[in-house]
Design a protein around this ligand. Sequence first.
Ligand code: GLN
Length: 486
Amino acid sequence: MKLFEYSIQKLRKLLSQKEVSPVEVVENLLTRIAEVDPKIFAYSYLNHERAIEAAKKADVTLPLGGIPIAIKDNINVRGEPCRCASRILEGYLSPYDSTVVEKLKNMGAILVGRTNMDEFAMGSSTENSSLGITRNPWDIYRVPGGSSGGSAAAVASHEAICALGSDTGGSIRQPASFCGCVGLKPTYGRVSRYGLTAFASSLDQIGPITKTVEDAALLLEVIAGFDPFDNTSEKVAVPPFSKLLEQLSLKDFVLGIPKEYFIEGIDDEVRQAVTKVIAHYESLGAKIEEVSLAHTPYAVATYYILATAEASANLARFDGIRYGKRAKNYTDLFDYYGKTRGEGFGSEVKRRILLGTYVLSSGYYDAYYLRALKVREKIKQDFSLAFKKCQALLTPTSPFCAFRIGEKTADPLQMYLADIFTIAVNLAGICALSVPCGRSTEGLPIGFQLIGPPWKEDVILALGYIYQKTTGWTPPLPPLDEQTDG
Ligand code: GLN
């Protein structure tokens, strides 16, 4: 096994016993990236020298000492570009570290580069990137999911030991599922958003994408916690997640299966794989109970009203004066704004700004925005009621496996439906984990989702860990050599 194939936990052992040095680890990974990334395009930016320099100084006694990590392109790292895969942030360099990055650095992690994404995290396929398309390592003619597709593809192709993504409506879990990795969306307020470029502030959360559940627990432990710089972060204790994985007993544990998530239209192989997972938990002693989340059918519509409304406000700051790209030929200030934004934003971002401005405009505010807020409350209540009957919920992460590049780009509504099983979790502000559970006959990864009550990441992580442990999970190597571009 090569160094780049290791999980965080396995690398930590080697590093702390001085069997390898952080520089060897980073060099090995950079070689892997150079070999594989021309096929995948997971990274939008790499900084070899900085990574090697950091590795030379790494303290291997720290929890992430010498562990390389990839960071999504919408999370600020001091002195590096943070383009959100948009033309409008061309030339921008972050003047500061986001809180999560500061925490990672303090714990010894080595930042190797930035990963590609859908522009401003709007999308489910990483096709909406001004920098190029990221490919799925399991089939390079398919999408890696999105919007954190670069992070998931990097981890799946072993071009990263672990990565950070952001999840507004599914952007960590859905690409994790498409690429066969583990992805965690923490409870809203668990992880600081300071330094995360805002898309929809009431929904966005940063979280880990990893090879194993164990690694996700460790990363969450490092990045979580109250932050005075983010007034939506909560003063809630951060449990030592990585040490609690063995603590959960499935005796008297009730796992809820929301019937609205097993509807017509989900792929047969996905259904079969997830049904097998349910049976597996049952065989380990968990009680399985059907529950109802009645407002599920309204989640996607509600999300696209609230998320676009918030996005239209958040993206107003990109005006050509404060950040990045500036239009060249203009007649007056308004022409300047118009040209900068017209040239800088891609079509999906423009569509969302228009939609968001519309639902917030006078005369439509009550009919759309306010009503969506009320439905959001109903969706939240559905989960609270369900969690009276069970301790966690189990669903597929996505109704289908990775789709072909270009398959859904012409039809935004089809693309929006890709997040049908992940979006309600963000609206409710709760936590959820996507775990790989096999592959389709075409060899494409399938994932299941564990949803927990607020602040119960320990429960879903332990559940995911039990699954991986009892099924003997080892992170697979996708057959990249067999796939040729042409
Ligand atoms: N696919 C969803 C969207 O386009 C979710 C994106 C996300 O979670 N950032 O809005």
